[in-house]
Design a protein around this ligand. Structure first.
Ligand code: NAD
Ligand code: IPM
Ligand code: MN
Length: 325
C-alpha cells in the first residue's frame, strides 16, 4: 500500500516526521513516498501542486498531508493554498470530517469541501469591486447531507445542519435538500441552525452536538472553534473523503509560522490524522486504535507547550513510539 506524504511548510515537516516514525513502527509494510507540495514546491518549481505530486496522490491509497502556507506568499500571485484547493478538487474529497472530543463532548463537523464560497465565481469588476460568490448545486448538498446522516446513524443519531437561511439563497436550497435527505433516515433527528447561533452554541454548550453538517467556509471557521473548546488546534485532526479514490488526511491547524523551527509544535493533530488514515483510508482499524491509544496516553504523560506542558515535538513522538513498542 502506498501513501503519498506531503510534508508541507512551517511546522509541517516537524509534525510529519513524528507521523512517519509512528507509521514505520505500526505498519512497516506501508510505502511512504514524500512529494513536493505547498510553499516549498513553489520555491522549487513555481507551482504549489506540481504535476508529479498530483499524479502520485491520485495513484496512492491515501494522502497524508501536513499543513502548508507561509507568510512569504501572502501577497504573491501563486500561493500554497491554491494547490491545496486544487488537490481537494482533483481528488473530489467533498466530505471533510473534523471530529472534536474532550470530557463530555463528542462532536463531528462534516464540512463540504469542494464547493461553496471557496469555489464560486470570483473576480474584479471594472470599477474595482472585488467579489467571491457562494455557489452550490443541489447535488453537491445532497451528497454531503447523505454522508452526514450516514455518519450520524452510526453515532448518537442527531444532525444539526448549519446555514444562513435568513439571508442566503444557497442556504435556503441547502435547508430544502437536507430536509429531503433527512426523510430517508427516520431514526436520525435533524435540526437546522443559523451559523451565528451555531458559533455561540459551540462556544457555550458544545456537548449538545453530535454531527454538524455545513458549507465549506462555515465549516472552516466552526472547526477551529470546535478545536478551541476541546483542547486546542494542536489536537484536531481531519479526514477528507471522496466516494472511492484516495482520501486526504491532515490536521485542522495551519503551518503555525509563529512557532516553526522551534521544535515545540504539538504533533497530536497530525498523529490523530494518521490514525484516521489508517482507519478510513487504509482499512486498518486495529492499527488506528493502537495509535489513538498511544497518543492518548502521551497527551497525559508528555503534554506539549500549547497544553501547558514542556515536551518537545520529538519527545512527544518518542513517547508515542515507546507506547507502540
Ligand atoms: P495556524 O493554525 O497555523 O496557527 C494558529 C495558532 O495556533 C498559532 O498561534 C499557532 O502557533 C497555533 N498552532 C497551530 N498548530 C499548532 C500545533 N500543532 N501545536 C501548537 N500550536 C499550534 O493558523 P494561521 O496562523 O492563521 O495560519 C498560518 C498559515 O497556515 C497560513 O498560511 C494558512 O493559510 C495556513 N493554513 C494551512 C492549513 C492546512 O494546510 N491545512 C490549515 C490552516 C491554515
Ligand atoms: C483548513 C485551512 C484551509 C481551508 C486553507 C489553508 C485553504 O484553513 O484546511 O482548514 O480554509 O480549507
Ligand atoms: Mn481552516
Amino acid at each position: 500500500m502506498s501513501v503519498a506524504v506531503l510534508p508541507g511548510d512551517g511546522i509541517g515537516p516537524e509534525v510529519v516526521r513524528e507521523a512517519r516514525r509512528a507509521l514505520e513502527a505500526l505498519a512497516p509494510d506501508l510505502e511512504l513516498e514524500p512529494h513536493l507540495f505547498g510553499g516549498q514546491a513553489i520555491r522549487d518549481t513555481g507551482d504549489s501542486l506540481p504535476e508529479e505530486t498530483l499524479a502520485a496522490c491520485k495513484a496512492s491509497e491515501a494522502v497524508l498531508k501536513a499543513p502548508i502556507g507561509d507568510p512569504e506568499f501572502d501577497a504573491a500571485e501563486v500561493r500554497p493554498e491554491q494547490g491545496m484547493l486544487r488537490l481537494r478538487t482533483e481528488l473530489d474529497v467533498y466530505a471533510n470530517l473534523r471530529p472534536a472530543q474532550s470530557e463530555g463532548i463528542d462532536l463531528l463537523i462534516v464540512r463540504e469541501l469542494v464547493g461553496g464560497l471557496y469555489f464560486g465565481e470570483k473576480g474584479v469588476r471594472e470599477d474595482g469591486t472585488v467579489f467571491d460568490t457562494m455557489e452550490y448545486h443541489p447535488s453537491q448538498v445532497e451528497r454531503i447531507a447523505r454522508r452526514a446522516f450516514e455518519l450520524a446513524d452510526g453515532r448518537r443519531k442527531r444532525v444539526v445542519s448549519v446555514d444562513k437561511a435568513n439571508v442566503l439563497e444557497t442556504s435556503r436550497m441547502w435547508r430544502r435538500v437536507v430536509t429531503q435527505v433527512a426523510a430517508d433516515f427516520e431514526d436520525v433527528e435533524v435540526e437546522h441552525m443559523l451559523v451565528d447561533n451555531a458559533a455561540m452554541q459551540l462556544a457555550s454548550n458544545p456537548a449538545q452536538f453530535d454531527v454538524l453538517v455545513t458549507e465549506n467556509m462555515f465549516g472552516d471557521i466552526l472547526s477551529d472553534l470546535a478545536a478551541a473548546v476541546t483542547g486546542g488546534l494542536g489536537l484536531a485532526p481531519s479526514a477528507s473523503l471522496s466516494d472511492g479514490g484516495p482520501g486526504i488526511f491532515e490536521p485542522v491547524h495551519g503551518s503555525a509560522p509563529d512557532i516553526a523551527g522551534l521544535g515545540v509544535a504539538n504533533p497530536a493533530a497530525m498523529l490523530r490524522s494518521t490514525a484516521l488514515m489508517l482507519d478510513h483510508g487504509l482499512g486498518r482499524p486495529e492499527e488506528a486504535r493502537r495509535l489513538e491509544a498511544a497518543i492518548e496516553s502521551t497527551l497525559a504523560s508528555h503534554p506539549t507547550r500549547d497544553l501547558g506542558g514542556s515536551a518537545t515535538t520529538a519527545e512527544f513522538g518518542d513517547a508515542v513510539l515507546r507506547d507502540l513498542s
